[in-house]
Design a protein around this ligand. Structure first.
Ligand SMILES: C[S@@+](CC[C@H](N)C(=O)[O-])C[C@H]1O[C@@H](n2cnc3c(N)ncnc32)[C@H](O)[C@@H]1O
Length: 267
């Protein structure tokens, strides 16, 4: 079967202007017929426009001033815009900030749809907020493991954090927002989250509000506060919450016994 004309490549631009994109992602952007993009600030969009003459922002699909719009509709419309051009036989790139497939559904939905219709479609990885967080905070997540959840999903479902690992809560700025129409949370919802977390963490446990820098001239936001103060904290659409471990790792005696070793053998 001959491959249909038209293709889709979803790439990440990284978190910081121009410097965190891979060579491969940049070359796809340069050679694409059309580049759809969703990046959080104007500098990166302007930079993309220097790389390719047909860059189209997806930003306009979000609710505009005074409009109430479910984000599911927004994402469907973005996917339709991308797929329309793929079906027109264009080689389309979708350039999203960070990693295009980390806490970002549009790329996954568009690739799935394009493949289903018989087009070539793939995703290239990018530098995510999480990758920047480990670097800026000097933490190796492998030292004791980590868990990562979308903050609202963490609240709505029976997720169990392990207090001996790092816990990341993404989209903390819209924690508990169930209507998919608002872009903020409130102190009452954050208080519910804090009370939920108190099952596993002490009230004065220090948590980190993290925001990676988007320009090379900026410093990241790394603000340590007590868990109890989260409801009063200043949060935005780019804040990620890191909850460091409150307990040390404990040995799994049952598995050690099966392996014929003891904790002392582990050094
Ligand atoms: C829709 S997700 C997009 C994540 C993105 N695809 C990535 O690879 O990092 C948005 C969430 O990512 C995190 N995020 C986005 N920008 C950030 C930044 N500059 N610093 C820290 N976290 C950020 C926040 O948790 C935010 O609510």
């Amino acid at each position: 079967m001959t491959q249909k004309k038209g293709s889709l490549v979803c790439v990440g631009t990284g978190m910081q202007l121009a410097g965190q994109i891979t060579v491969l992602a940049k070359s796809y952007i340069e050679s694409a017929d059309i580049v759809f993009t969703l990046v959080p600030e104007a500098y990166t969009e302007r930079w993309l426009k220097k790389l390719n003459g047909d860059v189209r922002s997806l930003q306009g699909y979000y609710a505009q001033e005074g409009e109430v719009k479910n984000r599911r509709n927004t994402y469907d419309e973005m996917v339709t815009a991308i797929l329309t051009e793929v079906r027109n036989g264009q080689n389309v790139v979708c350039a999203l900030y960070g990693h295009p497939g980390v806490f970002a559904c549009v790329s996954h939905l568009a690739i799935e749809q394009a493949k289903e219709e018989g087009y070539n479609a793939q995703m290239l990885p990018g530098v995510s907020a999480e990758a920047c967080l480990w670097a800026d905070l000097g933490i190796d997540p492998g030292s004791c493991g980590h868990q990562s959840y979308e903050a609202s999903q963490f609240m709505f479902f029976e997720h169990k954090p392990d207090p001996s690992t790092h816990l990341l809560l993404w989209q903390i700025g819209i924690a508990g927002e169930h209507t998919l129409t608002q872009f903020n949370t409130c102190s009452d919802k954050l208080q519910v989250l804090v009370e939920h977390l108190l099952q596993w963490y002490p009230v004065d446990h220090k948590v980190v509000l993290y925001e990676a820098a988007s320009l090379p001239t900026q410093a990241p936001r790394i603000e340590r506060i007590s868990l109890s103060l989260l409801p009063q904290a200043q949060l935005s659409g780019i804040t990620t919450l890191l909850i460091p471990p409150s307990q040390t790792l404990t040995y799994n005696e049952a598995v050690l016994t099966k392996l014929g070793i003891t904790a002392g053998d582990l050094g």
